[in-house]
Design a protein around this ligand. Structure first.
Ligand SMILES: [Fe+2]
Length: 367
């Protein structure tokens, strides 16, 4: 490994007294960690050119013509709806065993339910990163995150990582709450669609993930106001996230220059046709064409609505070998950092296929 590469073992070695150390002989605290190969690295010499547009064909669209687009769940031992507006929990289905047809159905199910948590996925997780790549590529071009840590030689996986003394997450500690609703990397021209996250290590309790339906949040608003929102577009920016890394946080790497892109405030899902709010406090900066106070007022109203609408939210409690998939186009989510004081490790990987450029709900809206 290059000396220019900052690794978790260098930074957190002393900081992990409770980390598995099978040899107990003073060797690296991370040595006995089963998922050491998936720990984040931040190669300082890694640079990528700007992303280029590509044509996205959503796999969920193929499942629309299937006589039973939920047949991939036929052998499930349990399918539980988490809330009326979003969320489903599935047991007894091995995601690693789905064929191409099953993966298409999975994409449609996730689009319709917003988020689906699959329990007991040890087979999938044990297959390792080359398998994760193959799985992810079924759903779209895999995104390489501009700033976050990835496993050595696998830049396509965004890693979440926190332990007693280290965090490599994009977290602001000068706030009264860790809750920051967002859609992942919404600043990209083609933000992610179906997205998957799974954890290798998690605290005994805490570290849940909160999700909200941007479809249901939109439906709570009056028709007149929604009609106005459909005419709007907003700037989403990756600049602040990049500056945060440039200030030395999270490994201090910016491997692709930050971008800003304009997206409709109300987007339409390409497969389900559903309309969803598409603004988030983390990355949306201003509404194009409005005066600053007008833009701030509307965005803050929408953020406030998203923040407090527990009646369109769901919360996933992680269990070992859980894989959560969500449709990043029609949901938002937030980490819940309530376990920081316990010093326990939370470590996971995200598979992030990109999807289409957001389709305006208002036909003909120019972006
Ligand atoms: Fe996220």
């Amino acid at each position: 490994m290059s000396t220019a590469t900052q690794t978790i073992s260098q930074t957190a070695k002393e900081a992990l007294p409770h980390t598995v150390n099978a040899k107990n002989d003073g060797s690296s605290q991370q040595e006995g960690y089963r998922y050491a190969h998936m720990l984040p690295v931040f190669p300082q010499d890694e640079h990528y050119p700007p992303l280029t547009p590509f044509e996205h064909h959503d796999p969920g669209a193929r499942a629309l013509n299937h006589p039973n687009p939920r047949s991939f769940l036929d052998n499930a031992t349990s399918v539980v709806q988490l809330t009326p507006h979003l969320g489903e929990e599935v047991r007894g289905v091995n995601l690693a065993a789905l064929d191409s047809d099953g993966l298409d159905q999975l994409a449609l199910e996730v689009a319709r339910r917003g988020l689906v948590a699959f329990r007991d996925q040890q087979d999938f997780i044990d297959r390792g990163p080359d398998f994760y790549l193959e799985f992810g590529r079924h759903f779209g071009r895999l995104h390489i995150h501009p700033t976050s840590g990835h496993p050595a030689n696998y830049p396509e996986f965004h890693l979440v990582y926190r332990d007693a003394n280290t965090t490599f997450n994009f977290e602001r500690e000068d706030r009264i709450s860790s809750t920051v609703w967002h859609s992942d990397v919404s600043y990209e021209l083609q933000p992610p669609g179906l997205t998957a996250l799974f954890l290798f290590s998690s605290p005994e309790t805490g570290g849940d993930t909160a999700y909200t339906s941007q479809v249901a949040a939109l439906k709570r608003l009056s028709p007149q106001f929604v009609a106005f929102l459909r005419t709007l577009k907003a700037v989403h920016s990756g600049v602040e996230q990049a500056e945060w890394s440039r200030s030395g946080k999270r490994g201090g790497v910016v491997r692709r220059e930050p971008v800003e892109n304009v997206h409709p405030v109300v987007r339409r899902h390409p497969v389900t046709g559903e309309e969803a709010l598409f603004v988030n406090r983390q990355f949306t900066r201003r509404i194009v064409g409005l005066k600053r106070e007008e833009s701030d007022t509307i965005l803050n109203f929408l953020y406030d609505h998203i923040d407090k609408s527990a009646d369109v939210q769901a919360r996933v409690k992680w269990e070992p070998y859980t894989i959560v998939l969500w449709d990043n186009r029609v949901t938002a989510h937030s980490a819940i950092v309530d376990f920081a004081k316990t010093g326990e490790r939370r470590h996971g990987a995200r598979i992030t296929p990109q999807a289409e450029r957001p389709i305006p709900a208002l036909e003909g809206l120019e972006l």
